[in-house]
Design a protein around this ligand. Sequence first.
Ligand SMILES: CC(=O)SCCNC(=O)CCNC(=O)[C@H](O)C(C)(C)COP(=O)(O)OP(=O)(O)OC[C@H]1O[C@@H](n2cnc3c(N)ncnc32)[C@H](O)[C@@H]1OP(=O)(O)O
Ligand SMILES: CC(=O)C(=O)O
Length: 543
Amino acid sequence: MTTASFQVYDTTLRDGAQQEGMNLSVSDKLAIAALLDELGVGYIEGGWPGAVPKDTDFFARAATELTLKNAVLAAFGATRRAGVRAGDDPQVRALLDAATPVVTLVAKSDVRHVERALKTTRTENLAMIADTVSFLVAEGRRVVLDAEHFFDGYRYDAEYATSAVRTAFDAGAEVVTLCDTNGGMLPTWVGEIVGELRARTDVGPEQLLGVHAHNDTGCAVANSLAAVEAGATHVQGTVNGYGERTGNADLVTVVANLELKAGMTLLADGGLREAARISHAISELTNISPFARQPYVGASAFAHKGGLHASAIRVDPDMYQHTDPTLVGNDMRMLVSDMAGRASIELKGRELGFDLAGQGELLSRVTNRVKEDEAAGYTFEAADASFELLLRSELGQRPDFFTVESWRAIVETVPAGSAPPSVHAPDAAAVAEATVKIRAGGERHVTTGEGNGPVNALDQALRSALSRVYPELARFELIDFKVRILDTELGTDAITRVLTETSDGERSWSTVGVGPNVVEAAWEAVTEAYVYGLLKSGVEPRP
Ligand SMILES: CC(=O)SCCNC(=O)CCNC(=O)[C@H](O)C(C)(C)COP(=O)(O)OP(=O)(O)OC[C@H]1O[C@@H](n2cnc3c(N)ncnc32)[C@H](O)[C@@H]1OP(=O)(O)O
Ligand SMILES: CC(=O)C(=O)O
């Protein structure tokens, strides 16, 4: 929402859902609507009732299942068809049946679309706008008119595009949204056109010009801001920039810019501070991985890698940050890598709960070790747990839960039937067996494990030995395993890096292993994961 004079209008559930690969259930849409309301937007466009059956259901269920405290719902649809009365057009009636306070109509404002897509006359298109808007207003609806292809249409025939806007206002529309439907505009063009349109159109005090920008030139956010700068007071967009083709203006970025840079107050209840959480929660519901480099709310938006950056940030975070991440619910993070310096290590240490200030010799040692290990193939920015264990070993604080005497793994093929058949050779199955010898709990343990591969077999054998001493280990589960060769020109002879992610059901941690042998690299990553997991479970070491 949303002040009386400025409207924040979300179209994630309508235009966002037009993104390739997005398929939301009605329950997903209801859950997203609740999150958008929490974010504090003023308007939630729920979909196109009467055209998309799921959207018809959404509005029916929303009436009883959705309690909104900040937003109102808008139903989206088109103006009446050519040659019929608005009240007789089933699509228009379906908009009424959705029973929303706001109805948003898409209408043609580019004369080429009127003549070639709608195949009607200039006059009839204006009549379609006037009739449908006035019909809905008479039925007690607040009407937003989305002037499709407005900017392209204005550049082609400004007079006609302007007449579409005037017609909508004259018929009672509260908002006319200027759409960059093809997303081909640049900010200067948008600013000039909105300024010119305002000069040509006598927009009344209760009438708002809006903007709806697609991102095909990568300028959707900039175009939205240019329109606002030129006088638009209703801005449309989608959370995470979802939408048709390359998407819509990312509404969170637009609003964050307007609130944090232009000093406006737009979201109800200080919703901007919840933006990162809500953006990620919506990613979960859309099942589309969050984009780490997304402005403001992305995981990397305030992540610092360069040693020089860290060194200045240690003095003042503002030196390398354009704003305070907590204002959008995000966090500053330090990344440790071969680009780290002593300041990066000190700040990362602080993030992990270690006060390393003033320990110059230790910081140099850890920095050098990180650089050497990274040169050998390790990557600590993707493996925070391995970095903490490295730091602890330099501090003399790495707990000794167990010691490994030796391990071995054998892989062999057996006739199909005794194990699931191999994908490539249906008559045979590859199976693995491993033996580990470790010391833990004051005893020597020699255990074996079987698995569908050597890592799985080693993991089984290790668990079987360790769980006798550390039953807590039963909760640990490997949830991701990534292998990469580091010197591609050597092919199967290359050094291998393994990254693992392990979970205890509540949180997860990442470790890294490197070696000329993939099983050796995996063994290192897996054993480090168990050490870290036991450490964080608060288990007393019993070596
Ligand atoms: C820019 C945007 O993103 S607008 C939103 C786009 N979203 C969608 O299209 C999703 C929902 N759409 C649908 O379910 C279907 O396209 C429907 C139900 C709307 C129409 O389906 P159909 O009747 O089978 O027509 P079809 O999709 O082939 O063509 C669209 C029709 O709408 C007409 N039309 C297009 N824009 C408008 C408009 N602003 N006002 C009135 N009619 C319009 C077209 O001229 C075409 O008419 P025709 O069938 O007489 O040629
Ligand atoms: C209305 C709309 O989604 C567009 O013109 O892009």
